[in-house]
Design a protein around this ligand. Sequence first.
Ligand code: SF4
Length: 409
Amino acid sequence: MNTPTAPITQDVLTIPRKDGVAGAARINLVGLTRPELRAALIAAGTPEKQAKMRVGQIWQWIYQKGVRDFEAMTNLAKDYRAMLAEHFEIGVPEVVTRQVSEDGTRKYLVRIAGGHEVEVVYIPEEDRGTLCVSSQVGCTLTCTFCHTGTQMLVRNLTAGEIVGQIMLARDDLGDWVKPGEGMGERPRLVSNVVLMGMGEPLYNFEAVRDAMKIAMDGEGVSLSRRRITLSTSGVVPEIARAGADIGCMLAISFHATTDAVRDKLVPINKRWNIETLLAALKDYPKLSNSERITFEYVMLDGVNDSDEDARQLVRLIAGIPAKINLIPFNEWPGAPYRRSSDARIKAFANIIYKAGYASPVRTPRGEDIMAACGQLKSATERARKSKREIEAEAGLGVVSIGSCETSAE
Ligand code: SF4
């Protein structure tokens, strides 16, 4: 079996140190799993007998109420709060810019340790609010329709930086449980999370897993696993592990119906081709009609949008409970791919629909703020990089964007 490589190094650690030295940098509690939090509290002097209770109390303050100041944790004794403040901090990524689209989409550019920047997008819909979070700074993969693919990979995000994106969105939306309010009393504005922002989540498996476990914890952020969707370009060996260890919903950046085209659009296909990928999907745990796999399919004019492509797509996914998200390509200035016409998208969708698959066409969201994957950060990058340079990096003289903005399901 091929082993996926994560060709990057972490330059930030959130693992609690055993010594917890006063005066040294304080440990960020955000992103620690329950066992890690317990270990950190004990290392800082919490009696073992009390540790479980303290973890529960602190967990609720951080992840249910959104509290960032130990002083506000009023069910803890004053000297215990002082001890916490001496050893720990509660930190989330810093919002650098926040843009709100006419359609309500919010896009945040956030800064993480080391001064790196990633994007977070919030997409409100009638019955849900979806947050698209990033898992890496840049990406090692070079999907040619994706603008993040033109940005160099800098590093993996830590679990704290991933779950921190959910927390900063809850801050901005006033979405925490308020004093005196019960957990399920009102629907949360951030009701769904999609790992479709910058990066390939399965190349940052452990941090993504820990962050999502924190997000799913019923005493905290409390998102159901069915409201979390991990989108992968097709890192086949990690797909089964995602099912077993995270149990979330799965989306695949599919985008093509032949290996020749997919090799170009999603180059990881050269390593794990369509046949191998589909075999892995058929084995995905819990796959059923109520837990279908989402196939993301960006509609590129003259590249992957023919009637024959639609028919071939139907043939390929036969036997897999699936839905297909058709994503009109969200063009960015200088992008050599073009969006398929509305009529073409409709004809394509019709073939899929008639074959018995849900095939929603995603309405492009936040176009006025360039709320597509890679676009906000890329606006800055582009100021430094000519179109020719970007095309050369992409390897075929055509580049485009990611699918984040339209895939809110
Ligand atoms: S689509 Fe995803 S995996 Fe591909 S380059 Fe963009 S961010 Fe990376």
